[in-house]
Design a protein around this ligand. Structure first.
Ligand code: URA
Length: 222
């Protein structure tokens, strides 16, 4: 998979990313079509984000003979943390790919006046034991202002997760949000499918795709 890497930002450059981004940007695509293409994008990004997960050596008996194999190292805990509600489109895919992972939802909505995140749910423990053995993937389709992503990263760091074990998976991002995250967390790994032009004055990505949550869950005010 060809990709562009800048510092810790990986922009996955794949024809299927381009194709599915074209689908979800189209305001006339159905909610079902939007969701399906979002999940295809999520699959590509999750494979990229998890490509360095640690493995452990095992032996298995194939029907033919014994064979040395590698499986995910079960000394490590894998956590997917979808930011509600749009992050659910990515966590559905992530947990299908790695069913052993723990899904720890974090809920924030955006105050439309201040554009600041307002917490309403946090399924993370008070503190993490053995953080060196925990890999966390924060899932949010959009890095727009970066404020909710910033709040989620801060939460995990405060609870003991190591920055080198933390990654942020986002379908679409923009320079403003990436700059905020990179300024305060220069070692945070970010995996995204495309970086758009800018934010508008309502905090939406331009050209973007509109409100990802509304489009996923068909909650447009018409
Ligand atoms: N959240 C969205 O769903 N879309 C944007 O453009 C910005 C934030």
């Amino acid at each position: 998979m060809k990709k562009i890497v800048q510092n810790n930002i990986t922009v996955v450059n794949h024809p299927l990313c381009e194709h599915n981004l074209a689908v979800i940007r189209d305001k006339n695509v159905s909610s079902d079509g939007f969701k399906n293409s979002m999940k295809r994008l999520a699959t590509i990004l999750i494979l990229e984000a998890t490509k360095d997960l640690p493995l452990k050596n095992y032996a298995v008996e194939t029907p033919i003979r014994q064979c040395n194999v590698k499986k995910l190292d079960d000394n490590y805990k894998i956590i997917f943390a979808p930011i509600l509600r749009a992050g659910l489109a990515i966590s559905d895919v992530a947990s299908a790919i790695i069913p052993e992972a723990s899904i720890q939802h974090v809920g924030m909505y955006r105050d439309e006046t201040t554009l600041e995140p307002v917490w309403y749910y946090d399924k993370t423990p008070v503190k993490y034991d053995n953080p060196e053995k925990i890999k966390v993937f924060i899932l949010d389709p959009m890095i727009a202002t970066g404020n909710s992503g910033h709040a989620a990263v801060s939460l995990f760091l405060k609870k003991g997760i190591l920055i080198e074990n933390l990654a942020f998976v986002s379908i679409l991002s923009c320079p403003e949000g990436l700059q905020l995250l990179c300024k305060d967390f220069p070692d945070l790994k970010i995996i995204t499918a495309q970086v758009d032009e800018c934010l508008n004055d309502r905090g939406y990505i331009v050209p973007g795709l509109g409100d990802a949550g509304d489009r996923l869950f068909n909650t447009f005010e018409k």
